[in-house]
Design a binder for this molecule. Sequence first.
Ligand SMILES: [Zn+2]
Length: 266
Amino acid sequence: MTLTDVIEVLEAAYPPARAESWDAVGLVSGDPAQPVRRVLFAVDPVAAVAQEALDWGADLIVTHHPLYLRGTTTVAATTPKGRLVHTLIKNDVALYTAHTNADVANPGVSDALARAVGLTGDLVPLQPFPDDPWRGLGRVGELPERTTLGEFAALAAKGLPHTPSGIRVAGDLSRPVSRVAVSGGAGDSLLGGAAAAGVDVFLTADLRHHPASEFVESGGPALIDAAHWATEWPWLDSAASILRESGVTVETRVSAAVTDAWTRGY
Ligand SMILES: [Zn+2]
């Protein structure tokens, strides 16, 4: 298999044209003609992940987050990102990113998150594309049975990979919960959509004090704020499965390196 074969599968599942205009998705480094036998999936293109790729003998790293989101004038090894580019090229490891195009795909990042926290049955986008009701940001679904906010939070914490910052809850813990909205990564922009969707709780990441406080004060759904990395990590297995099931004969591995920015809670 060549890098081109693998990219073809990834781009069918996560069309780059669906990425946000500010995003930077696709091939970051690597030669489309190079052979690919082992593919490592990770959330972040950081040094620990590059090291894991070298240790395992990966030919390609597929990450959710872009390495360079804005333009750069240097890839000198004097910066962490430049150093990473050097490490990858010297060792023939390609880097490919599926970011907002993976967020809006079906199945995408929030589908995997929804399943990880226990949602079953149909999932619909929280903010569907005007031209496609089955694709878009966030997902809304139902729990198999009604529970409380406290119990759902415990279920979510168990279903997501552990991080030092854990998960935080805003709302009455005894509040009944059955209809849930989720969005992988920073979900601030979807607060209004979650309120309008009539859900009992909205689970996302990177919520800030004022928007969260005002949201709960106004009688909106309860909020669960998880670690950014943890909300996107479940997607890695989904992307790896799509690649394996496509017929391309590659070995896949999901990085277990916890690359969330917050490394310790007290
Ligand atoms: Zn993210």
